[in-house]
Structures are given as C-alpha cells and as structure tokens.
Ligand binder design. Structure first.
Ligand code: DLL
Length: 433
C-alpha cells in the first residue's frame, strides 16, 4: 500500500519545485539561526539568495560529523530549547556522540515518514509489529513505534534484549511483522530454535530490517531461514532516524528516498565532486523540512548510488542502492579496499556456513593480516578435520578470487561469535593506525 500517495508518486517537476521552495526557506532559516551555518556561508562567500536552483546546492559547503561534534551538544539546533520536544543521540563508537533534536512538528514528520516506510515494507492496519529495535537514545525503537501508531497498526514495544521472553511473546501474540537489525533477528531465530520454536511456524509475513549493512545474500539467507519477506530500511539519526529511505516489498530493488524531505546527492568521497545517477559514491543529505536540527549537505559516509528509473510499485521517488558499507568502515588490506559486506557475500554463498562472522585485522611488521572468523553448522563441525580444512581452503580461495586479498579463514563452532542486540560488530581492527 502507498501511504502518502500524493508525495510518493509525484511527477518529477512537481517534486523538484517543492524541493527548491523548501530548500530556500531552510537555507534562509539556518543562516539566520545557526552560527555554524552563517559562518560557513560567509567563508564560502555566498548567501542563501545565491542558490537559485537545485543545481546551485553544490555551491554550499558540506557538513561533517566532526562539525556536529564541535558543536556538541546543542550548538546546531535551529530553534530555542523551548521548542525542542525530543532528543536522540547516536552511540558513537569513537569520540563524542552526536546529539539531535526534534520539535513537535519534526516528530510528526518522522512518524509520517515511518508510516510510509512500514506501508512500503508490507505493513498495514491490522498488522501486529514486533518492534525489536532498541528503545532509547537510538532512533530505531521510537522511530518505528511512532510510525506504527500513525498508520494504525498494533505495535509491541519489545525493544532489544530479553531474547527468550521475546520468543514467548512472538508465540503468544502472533505478530505479523518484525522490525529489528538483521543480525539481531538471526539471533532471535537461533534462540527460538533452542526453545523448540521455528520462525516458520510463527505468523511473520514481513521483516523490515536495517540500521546496519546487510548483503543481498544475507537477505536470501534470512528469507529462507525465517520464512518471511525481508525488506531494507535506511536512515541515520542526523537526518531524522529510520525512514529516510525504504525498499518496497513489490520490487525489493533499491530504497525509495523521501525526497520531499531530504535532497540526496552522491559525491566522490575524496574530491567532493557531485556524481551522476548510477555512479557509486558517498551519500549526502540536505534536510528541507526539519525545524530543530536541519542538516545541510551532510556527509553520511555511506556508499551507494542513486537510480531514477520508475519502479513497479508506482512510487516516483528515486531509489538508492543497498548501502554497501561506510567509507570509514572500509578496510584497506595491503592496499586493497575491502568492505565487510563483500566478504559477507562470499561467505553466504558457501554451503554449510552460518550468517555469523567477524573480521580481524592485525599488522605484523608492515604486513596486514586479515582473518575471517565464521561459524559453521553443527553437522559440519564434527570430529573430522578434513572437510573443515577443505571448506576453509575454498572460502579463502573465493575471497581471493572475488576481492583480491588473501585472508586466513578460521571456522568456529556455532555460537562462538558474540551476538549483538542491536548493530553487529563485524570488524575488529587491531592495527592501531
Ligand atoms: O541506524 C537509524 C535506523 C534505525 C535505520 C533502524 C534503520 C532502522 P544511526 O544509529 O544514526 O541510525 O546509524 C546510522 O547506520 O549512516 C548507516 O551507516 C547505517 N545504516 C542504517 N540503516 C542501514 C541500512 C540508524 N539499511 C548509520 N543498510 C547509517 C546499511 C545502514 N547501513
């Protein structure tokens, strides 16, 4: 179902007209209210009046995560604190967290975007949504929650953790949609199995998974194992939270970006040059409706491309390709650029391998060593050493052939790799560089 038919199926010219109008008023507002943006514009020698078309947006300087950190906690807010009704923050594994704020209108905008997203992902009134994204400073839990209520679906605010209890709830309440990170969902399925419950016997029809990269192969694995249709949802706290882009279950081929609220651009990560449709690069967003925390040309670090072709679902919103990774997650192993998701794809193609893995990077002298730890099924992990060695050799060979780096493969017993209740930790880099 299309929740917001007018905006989601709007002809391009009408959409661009709205985008431009909203962009201009956002630029006027940030320059008037946020000292950071006023200074940036002054330094670049431009005023909001110089932006006379959507194309002109490229004259405006980028905003980075470092800029948000420099203005920690509330320095980038564009409204007085009196008007801020909600605060979220991204956990930030390094350095300060980034803090974002919402006015009452922003909270409503976000709820509408999430209602749209849940609808595109297969949910409707009458569905029961098992929402296992974490509730708290993380935007996942409350984001889905408000969207579900807005669309009139029932939501179970179960959050992350307490995994066994979640399985009992799933059995007893019969939820039809699950929302969680893909990695936590796999963990839920695993615990369910231990408790003698098969996901396939539960009532789930759709899973709306995101907050971390997951490959096409991982999707196949999840759909097969769990017996549901898995769609991808994307977002980031700085832009609004989940709901920035969503796959439609009809096509499952790229995520429709909520362009009436966020203008996307793809840039070359090193030169900053804007790239044409179809080319892969770093995704940049400008918010054009947010009040409390507008972001102008915010560099997400996420790598993707944009496809403007019409979609079978009827939406005219451009689609971003599944995010292949973050430019700051990219590993450079002996000079070769490697995304964890590429390794994930190779692993998921191998028979007997489980969707739980971790990459360890070390440096010996001047040489980088990549070790891929991956779990294998109980049946393969027998006392016989030969089949294991064969499998290790084959995985290593496929990694070398596909990605071009040599990796040491270490097969480990089921449930050895730490499970996460939110985003999975895929890389441990011990190189200290
Ligand atoms: O992860 C918001 C979210 C919650 C999205 C629930 C989807 C579902 P942050 O914690 O600020 O916000 O992290 C944002 O997570 O820049 C991406 O690197 C990554 N990410 C989010 N969704 C996807 C996805 C939420 N579908 C960062 N595929 C982003 C790949 C994703 N990466």
């Amino acid at each position: 179902m299309i929740y917001d038919i007018e905006y989601e199926t709007m002809p391009r010219e009408a959409m661009e007209a709205i985008q431009f109008r909203r962009l201009r008023s956002t630029l006027d507002r940030v320059c008037a209210t946020v000292p950071f943006y006023r200074k940036k514009f002054q330094e670049a020698g431009i005023t909001p009046g110089d932006i006379r078309s959507l194309e002109d947006l490229r004259k405006v300087p980028f905003t980075t995560k470092q800029d948000l950190r420099d203005n920690y906690p509330f320095g980038m807010f564009a409204v007085p604190m009196d008007n801020v009704v909600r605060i979220h923050a991204s956990s930030g594994t390094t350095g300060q967290p980034t803090v974002v704020g919402y006015t009452a209108r922003d909270v409503n905008t976000w709820a509408v975007l999430m209602a749209r997203s849940l609808a595109a992902g297969g949910a409707g009134r009458g569905d029961i949504i098992h929402n296992a994204y974490g509730y708290g400073l993380f935007t996942g839990g409350l984001g889905v929650h408000y969207g579900a209520e807005k669309m009139g679906a029932s939501v179970i605010p179960v959050s992350g953790g307490n995994t066994k209890r979640q399985i009992i709830i799933m059995k007893d309440f019969g939820p039809t949609i699950i929302t969680a990170t893909p990695s936590y969902t796999l963990h839920l399925a695993e615990v369910a199995e231990e408790m003698g419950v098969s996901f396939k016997d539960l009532k789930f029809r759709f899973g709306i998974f995101g907050a971390e990269p997951w490959s096409e192969k991982m999707r196949e694995e999840i759909e097969k194992k769990l017996g549901l249709t898995a769609v991808d949802i994307y977002g980031l706290s700085e832009v609004i939270g989940p709901g920035v882009a969503i796959e439609c279950y009809e096509a499952k081929k790229g995520l429709h970006i909520a362009e009436d609220h966020f203008i996307p651009e793809i840039i070359h990560p090193e030169t900053g040059e804007v790239l044409p449709y179809g080319e892969s690069g770093e995704l940049v967003f400008t918010s054009i409706t947010k009040e409390a925390f507008p972001v102008i040309r915010y560099r997400t670090r996420d790598i993707t491309s944009i496809n403007p072709e019409p979609c079978i679902c009827g939406r005219t919103l451009v689609r971003m390709e599944k995010v292949s990774g973050r430019s700051d997650d990219m590993l450079i192993i002996r000079g070769v650029n490697v995304f964890p998701s590429q390794i994930e794809s190779v692993l998921m193609e191998m028979e007997g391998v489980e969707p739980h893995y971790q990459l360890l990077v070390d440096r010996e002298g001047n040489l980088d060593n990549l070790t891929v730890m991956v779990e294998v099924g109980e049946d393969i992990f027998s006392d016989r050493v030969k089949p294991l060695q064969e499998l290790e050799k084959n995985i290593s060979k496929n990694i070398k052939e596909t990605i071009g780096v040599s990796a040491k493969v270490k097969l480990v017993e089921p449930k050895t790799i730490a499970r996460s209740e939110g985003k999975a930790v895929r890389v441990i880099d011990n190189r200290k560089i």
